[in-house]
Ligand binder design. Sequence first.
Ligand code: COA
Length: 259
Amino acid sequence: MSTVRLDYKNEHIAVLTLNRPEAANAFSLQLLADLNTALEEVEQNKELRALIITGSGEKAFCAGADLKEREHMNDDEVVATVSKIRNSVTRVEDIEIPTIAAINGAAFGGGLELALGCDIRIASEKAKVGLTETSLGIIPGAGGTQRLPNLVGLGKAKYLILTAKRLTSDEALEIGLVEEVVPSESLMDKAMEIADAIAHNGPVGVKQAKKAIQLGHQTDIQTGLKIEENCYEKTIPTEDRLEGIRAFKEKRKPQYKGK
Ligand code: COA
C-alpha cells in the first residue's frame, strides 16, 4: 500500500493524503518517494486547478522527519534525507496551481514546513503546530527558518523556532500561521469550498497571480512590479480573459477553460 494517496474529487481538484497514520504520517524515505511520485502526477495533469494536502487519521497531519529511521542513519545519510525533505517542500511550493494544507492534526517540524510550502493553510480545532526541531538538537531544515518569518514576521518566528513552542490551532490563527480554524468534521468540506472557489476562477490568471505573489515577495518593489506586469501579460491573449468580460456583460457566471 502506498504511503501517499492521490484522489480526484473532480477533474479540477485533487487531494493528496499522507498515509502512514501508524507513524503520525512522518516522512520516511518511502513516503518521500511516494510523495514525489504523486507530485509528478499533479504537475503533469493540466486539468487540475487546486490541490489539497492533508494527513490520514485524526491525530496527525505530519510529524516531520521519521525519527525512528533517523536513529540508524550516519551523518551523510541525514544530510541527504534532510535535503530530500527540503526539495519536496520546495517542489510543493513550486506547483503552478494553488495548494491548500488541510491540517487535520499535529503538524510538527517538517510537517509544518510542508504546510508552509502550501499557499493556504486551514486547520481543525484539534490541530497543533510547531517547529520543534531545536528541542531535538537540530534546526528546521525544510525551509522553516525562511518561510515562517515571511508568514508571521521575524519576532514571532524567532520566538516559535527558538522555544520550539507548540501552538494550538487558535493560537496559530491569531498570528496568521493558518487562515481558518474549523471543527474536525468540517475540515475537508472547508478545504473543498476553498478549492472550488479557486477552480471557478480563470486558471491562467490564478496561476499567474500565484507566481507574481511568490516571486515578487522575494524581491524589491520595482522588480516585483515588473514581475507582476510580466505575469499579467500572460493573461492578455487568453480566451478566458474575453470570456470574463463577456460573462460580466451578459450577467452570467463565466465558464473558464484555462486557455
Ligand atoms: N517519526 C517516527 N515516528 C513517529 C514520529 C516521528 N516524527 N512521530 C510520532 N511517531 C510515531 C510514534 O512513535 C508512535 O509509534 P508507536 O505506536 O510505534 O510508538 C506513533 O507515531 C503515534 O505517536 P504517539 O506519540 O503515540 O501519538 P500521539 O497522538 O500521542 O502524538 C505526535 C503524536 C505527533 C504529537 C507525537 O508523536 C510527537 O510529538 N512526535 C514528534 C514530532 C516532532 O517533534 N517532529 C519533529 C521532527 S524533526
